[in-house]
Design a protein around this ligand. Sequence first.
Ligand code: FAD
Length: 292
Amino acid sequence: MKVTDIMKKRMSLSFEVFPPKMDKPVEPLYSVLEKLYSLDPDFISCTYGAGGTNAGRHMEICERIQKSDNRTVAISHFTCIGSTKEDIRREMQASLDLGIDHVLALRGDIPKGWESTRGDFHHASELIAYLRDVFGSRFTIAMAGAPEKHIEARSFDEDIAHLRMKQDAGADILMTQLCYDTDGFARWVEKIRAAGITLPIDAGIMPVLSKDSVIRMCLGTNGCSIPRPLAELISRHYNDTPEDFRKAGIEYTIDLTYKFMNLGISGIHFYTMNKADAVLEICEGCGLTHRK
Ligand code: FAD
């Protein structure tokens, strides 16, 4: 089933996982997947190392998800960093051959010291247009959006215009970057709708599980803000044990998820960081169990 059809019927629930490094065992991730299946997710996506790092593992995980006895759908992340058109055509055909026909088409972060993507495409819109051109409607294509503006863009106007180009190139779903500022998110939704972006929005939620990971995720690469209530939570629990911080963070994430659910979006997508137990607690806390 196409994820876009599910989103027409109900708010979807989905998860992101990442593949283990090549020298690490894959079985722990399989246990994570089993736990996530118990929540009847509409899809599970798997990240892709820009420039093809861990590429083998990534496809292995996507195949595993796709062949989960019809329990869910796999969305394969793919970045065009360092790839020629021919590389992309081959890799995407291999994906279809495995039955994986949903892709999150990304440019990827430009590695440090590189001045460009060192591939045939410079932006995700070109990748999306190419996938449509070569594969027609065989793929359901998701694209990324940054509710607080992509860090490289000089303005919201610029970034939203580029977002519109990705829709026009043929994307079907808009998946968002982590964002803890739900008021800012709501303003961004208004702005992109005014700009003619009509795609279903799948909101990415990063569970608050440790202060270090929140600070790293927000400030390390993405330039995302830590709004006052989250800053207060971190300050109040700054010297707590990891277990106590996690407990407070899960409560916070449950409230955050409810806020997103009330923004008229089409899906909730948890960045699980391969921590299934925390995600199970959050989904139970906000009634996202036994939905089907
Ligand atoms: P683009 O859409 O190409 O945008 C990148 C920048 O270029 C933006 O500032 C945009 O405004 C600008 N731009 C776009 N088009 C043009 C144009 N025509 N002319 C000038 N400027 C333009 N990264 C990974 O490496 N692996 C993953 O698995 C992964 N998964 C992700 C999942 C989600 C849900 C999200 C939101 C992001 C993910 N990323 C991942 C991160 C992503 O690769 C980075 O945010 C990357 O820097 C931008 O990718 P993009 O597809 O948004 O690029």
